[in-house]
Design a protein around this ligand. Structure first.
Ligand SMILES: Nc1ncnc2c1ncn2[C@@H]1O[C@H](COP(=O)(O)OP(=O)(O)OP(=O)(O)O)[C@@H](O)[C@H]1O
Length: 302
């Protein structure tokens, strides 16, 4: 039977007169590899900070391991690995000292120390460098190692791959896939739906503080949006309202289309003498959400 690990019930956080998140409800179960996707300012960090007990919700409830985060914060934190979106360390410590400091907070037994060494090797980080001399991406690696070294039951990661180069992003996701296979529960935020689609088994899409879609990845993929690529014509005025992301190609057009295929085919039939080629394919999930679910304002902010 599914075991709840994170349960958010009608969770809201209000700053002055604006909601950062509004009535968010979400269930994350043991063994889920759960992506949390949305543009800048959507409410991802706010949700995660509430889960960590760093800020308090205005309304609703957040439970982790079936306990309320507001009263059981320490026992919950002992079982979590957390990566904040912005990494803050003591600048004068070295990488090794920082990682050891974090390990000591977790009891620093032999297993943790061996694991931190393995991770430093895997993420290719110079343990003797001072934190203040590190690039943003290398600071991120230290943050990742601090969150992974004690092998917790639950990982809450706020944009862990931002600042990492593509090679290191791949190393990170590979490490998380291995941990997921061993039974870990992972809740990870990202701006990038494509990377979440690739690695996570479930996802929630958040926009302007509200969850607009959530569930298993294969369910999210089932939208009625298609990408249509046509050679031979440069416009279809009759379909203007249903077409998004219209691009002129060398010899035609490419666009996202959301309506019945019957209507599309009926209209295209009237262009049959000019159409040289036609393809209708599943679009990338990222472009679907960008063009159909995320508001124009958020796209400008992103
Ligand atoms: N301390 C605060 N005071 C006032 N407003 C805040 C505060 N913290 C967050 N907000 C607002 O709440 C909203 C959600 O912010 P949040 O940081 O949770 O978004 P996010 O999805 O994590 O964005 P990003 O991807 O940029 O990190 C934003 O409109 C933000 O301006």
């Amino acid at each position: 039977m599914a075991q709840p690990v994170i349960t958010l019930s009608n969770l809201s956080k209000k700053y002055r007169d604006a909601y950062a998140i509004e009535e968010i409800s979400l269930d994350i179960e043991k063994g889920d590899f759960y992506g949390f996707v949305g543009p800048n300012g959507a409410g991802k960090s706010t949700t995660m900070r509430i889960l960590l007990g760093l800020i308090q919700a205005t309304e609703g409830e957040a439970r982790v391991f079936n306990q309320p985060v507001t009263t059981q914060t320490s026992s919950i934190l002992a079982r979590i690995g957390y990566i904040p979106s912005e990494v803050v360390f003591y600048d004068y410590l070295t990488v090794r000292e920082t990682i050891l400091f974090s390990a000591r907070l977790r009891g620093s037994d032999e297993t943790i120390l061996a694991e931190s060494q393995r991770l430093m090797d895997k993420f290719n980080i110079d343990a003797n460098k001072k934190i203040k001399a590190l690039s943003l991406g290398n600071r991120k690696k230290v943050s990742i190692i601090c969150a992974l070294q004690h092998q917790p039951d639950l990982y809450i990661f706020d944009e862990p791959t931002s600042g990492l180069d593509p090679l290191m992003q791949a190393v990170f996701w590979e490490e998380m896939q291995e941990r997921h296979q061993k039974g870990a529960t992972i809740f990870v935020s990202s701006h990038n739906l494509t990377e979440v689609q690739r690695y996570c088994t479930k996802a929630a899409i958040i926009s302007e503080g509200k969850i607009i879609s959530a569930g298993p990845m294969e369910e999210l993929r089932k939208t009625s949006v298609k990408r249509v690529v046509i050679q031979g014509i440069t416009a279809i005025p009759e379909l203007e309202e249903q077409m998004k992301d219209m691009q002129q190609t060398q010899d035609g057009i490419s666009f996202l289309y959301q309506d019945t295929l019957a209507q599309l085919m009926t209209v295209l039939y009237s262009y049959k003498d000019n159409i040289l080629d036609l393809s209708i394919v599943e679009p990338d999930l990222e472009e679907v959400f960008r063009h159909f679910y995320v508001t124009d304002k958020e796209m400008r902010d992103d």
